[in-house]
Write a protein that binds this ligand. Structure first.
Ligand code: NAD
Ligand code: DAU
Length: 339
């Protein structure tokens, strides 16, 4: 199948493309705006694959989307299905600068849906457990109420509702796959795990929000990628599928484990002001996608160890980030400089 992967230059999207090239016969076209989080470096090991094509463009640009869908932009045949990863994804940035979140999630998703409707294409929206809000006990199912807390999750929820309206109103064969917290190689170091790994390796402070007892349901990016592939191939149109990781862990335990794996000092831990509106716990029930035959393969303990090793070994990937604009972001967010 010829697949359009929007946002494929980011963390999960590039891991997904790598998997599809390795494990399917798909031809993959990536459309990506290359924001600070989208990087050509993420294609380094498959850029020359003849089944891979890259187009630089935004999902909110109808002409760019039409050109890529009809085969013009990537010099090939028309696309048969769209998987949309394209998003602004950092909750802290959505609190300080929400405008790009509204543009990409609302207008961008709308442009893709219209283009899919005109061509009757299969469509998968990649979404998040954050649309359900926080849960004290138990796990969210696909029928749980939507109670997003941040501009990030509210705009992702809006996009999901628009996708569902295109199924109900126009019969677009669309599905939604909601993942829990992803981790693994190629994750931009603004997110908890890579931030803590790189700071620990450099002897920088490890900034823990609030009491550090917030719980996240960790899923390796390859497991989420396989779940999305499963939903693309076996999901029923109009349905939502949750894909949660096999393990939950409070942030403080994650940080302490990273300290052990990097041989850093516990005195680097620094409690900082909590994130406004911080969700306490996420937990997803994945029974519905498991019934389609998917299950996660990577346990958190093993995946975290591999992830630390990947960042240790791939300085070429993160050095340009840590010496570039990221430094200014870090100073704004944390009120201190990196080493
Ligand atoms: P990321 O920030 O690493 O990558 C996002 C990608 O989208 C980048 O390549 C960026 O350049 C691209 N992009 C942004 N705006 C665009 C636009 N207007 N047009 C085209 N491309 C654009 O994000 P990620 O962590 O890989 O997340 C991918 C998707 O998975 C998102 O939809 C996110 O909501 C969802 N998700 C993420 C997680 C997580 O833990 N990271 C968990 C569940 C779901
Ligand atoms: O749950 C899925 C979501 O997971 C995705 O939809 C988002 O795109 C993704 O960014 C992620 O959101 P979180 O807010 O959970 O991830 P983040 O890595 O920003 O934070 C994880 C937890 O760690 C959260 O409780 C906040 C805390 N934290 C984070 C940072 C960056 C800290 O304590 N210190 C930090 O410096």
């Amino acid at each position: 199948m010829r697949l359009l992967v929007c946002g494929g230059a980011g963390f999960i999207g590039s891991n997904f493309v790598r998997l599809r090239l390795r494990e399917s016969e798909d031809e993959v076209v990536v459309l990506d705006k290359l924001t600070y989080a989208g990087r050509r470096e993420n294609f380094h090991d498959f850029a020359e694959d003849p089944r891979f094509h890259f187009v630089h463009g935004a999902i909110e640009d109808p002409e760019a989307v039409a050109a890529v869908l009809d085969g013009g932009a990537a010099g090939g045949a028309p696309v048969q299905a769209i998987v949309n990863f394209a998003a602004e994804t950092h909750v802290d940035r959505s609190i300080s600068e929400p405008d790009a979140f509204v543009r990409t999630h609302a207008q961008g998703t709308y442009v893709l849906l219209e283009a899919a409707r005109e061509r009757d294409l299969r469509y998968v929206q990649v979404s998040t457990d954050e649309v359900y809000g926080s849960i004290e006990d138990g796990s969210f199912t696909e029928d749980s109420p939507l109670r997003p807390s941040s501009p990030y999750s509210a705009t992702k929820t809006g996009a999901d509702l628009l996708v569902q309206s295109y199924f109900h109103t126009y019969g677009l064969p669309a599905t939604i796959c909601r993942g829990s917290n992803n981790y693994g190689p190629y994750q931009y170091p603004e997110k908890l795990i890579p931030l803590m790994i790189l700071n620990a390796l450099h002897g920088d402070a490890l900034p823990v929000y609030g009491d550090g007892m917030q719980v996240r349901n960790w899923i390796h990016a390859t497991d989420f990628g396989r779940a999305i592939g499963h939903v693309l191939e076996h999901g029923a149109p109009g349905e939502v599928y949750n894909a949660g990781g096999p393990d939950e862990c409070p942030n403080m335990e994650v940080v302490k484990r990273i300290i052990e794996l990097t041989s850093a000092d516990e005195s680097l831990i620094e409690y900082v002001t909590d994130r406004p509106g911080h969700d306490r716990r996420y937990s997803l029930s994945s029974a519905k996608v498991r019934a389609l035959g998917w299950e996660p393969r990577v346990r958190f303990a093993e995946g975290l160890e591999q992830t630390v090793a990947w960042y240790r070994e791939n300085t070429w990937w993160w050095e340009p980030i840590r010496s570039g604009d990221y430094r200014a972001y870090y100073e704004r967010q944390y009120g201190r400089s990196l080493a």
